[in-house]
Design a binder for this molecule. Structure first.
Ligand SMILES: [Fe+2]
Ligand SMILES: [Fe+2]
Length: 255
């Protein structure tokens, strides 16, 4: 049985174009679109909602693959993964509707493979560490920022919709924390490998300084992606793990 299927095996309608994140950055640079667009801008927000929608597709597919790839995992683990597939399917629909609400359509922007790349682990403990704690931890940070942006824009539709999704993501991160620890009980080396995989994922999502600790942002008005401390504590991150993540954002920013 083949685990870790390549990104181009994911089923998509013909109008969705899949590209490497690096390629998208290069094209933007060629077109003179360097730097990060301001997140309050209507067009930037629409593009972002599209990116999150395709991210939710991949999160749904990743949870489905985890369920399929590890048939010998505990039954409760499989139940959690099945529940997550359902949640991510609902999130995909929510973001598709928010995209349409902003005047966009699926396929208006490219889909990148960066999230899928972070699902490629052979061990279920590493898989949930990378996906549920790394990737979905990022979702908490991104949604926390988007809620603040929506509040600033006075947009209650986006604010409330994303708040509902964030509540689910917190439970997904919590599942990851629970299963990363449970599956590696009595095997510190396996736990260390799972954590190392998550660290690689966190490193990718520090976006070379694009994600910061709240205390490192002088005027935190939502322009900057910051670590959603409160949501992550609710999701089972320890103070020590949060501090570790803060330090990794500082290292990435220093490059
Ligand atoms: Fe989601
Ligand atoms: Fe999720």
């Amino acid at each position: 049985m083949q685990r870790c299927i390549p990104v181009d095996r994911l089923a998509r309608p013909d109008n969705i174009v899949l590209m490497r994140g690096k390629q998208v950055r290069e094209i933007r640079e060629e077109q003179g679109l360097e730097g990060r667009p301001l997140p309050f801008d209507h067009e930037a927000l629409r593009a972002r909602l599209h990116g999150i929608m395709t991210g939710e597709f991949q999160a749904m597919e990743a949870a489905g693959r985890t369920l399929f790839d590890f048939p010998d995992a505990p039954w409760e683990f499989q139940l959690d993964m099945a529940r997550q597939v359902w949640d991510e399917a609902r999130h995909s629909e929510i973001f598709e509707r928010l995209l349409r609400y902003m005047g966009g359509d699926p396929g208006d922007y490219v889909e990148t493979e960066i999230l899928w790349r972070c699902t490629q682990a052979e061990d279920p403990a590493a898989r949930v560490a990378g996906i549920n704690r790394g990737l979905e931890g990022l979702a908490c940070d991104v949604f926390d920022q988007l809620i603040r942006i929506a509040q600033r824009n006075g947009d209650e539709v986006i604010e409330r919709a994303i708040d509902y999704v964030l509540a689910d993501e917190i439970t997904h991160v919590r599942m990851g924390s629970k299963w990363m620890r449970k599956l590696t009980e009595g095997d510190p080396e396996r736990l260390a490998r799972a954590k190392a995989f998550q660290e690689m994922v966190d490193e990718v999502f520090n976006f070379r300084g694009g994600r910061r600790a709240q205390e490192d942002v002088a005027n935190d008005d939502g322009t900057m992606l910051t670590i959603a401390r409160e949501a992550r504590l609710l999701a089972g991150f320890t103070e020590e793990e949060l501090q570790h993540l803060v330090e990794s954002t500082r290292k990435s920013a220093a490059y």
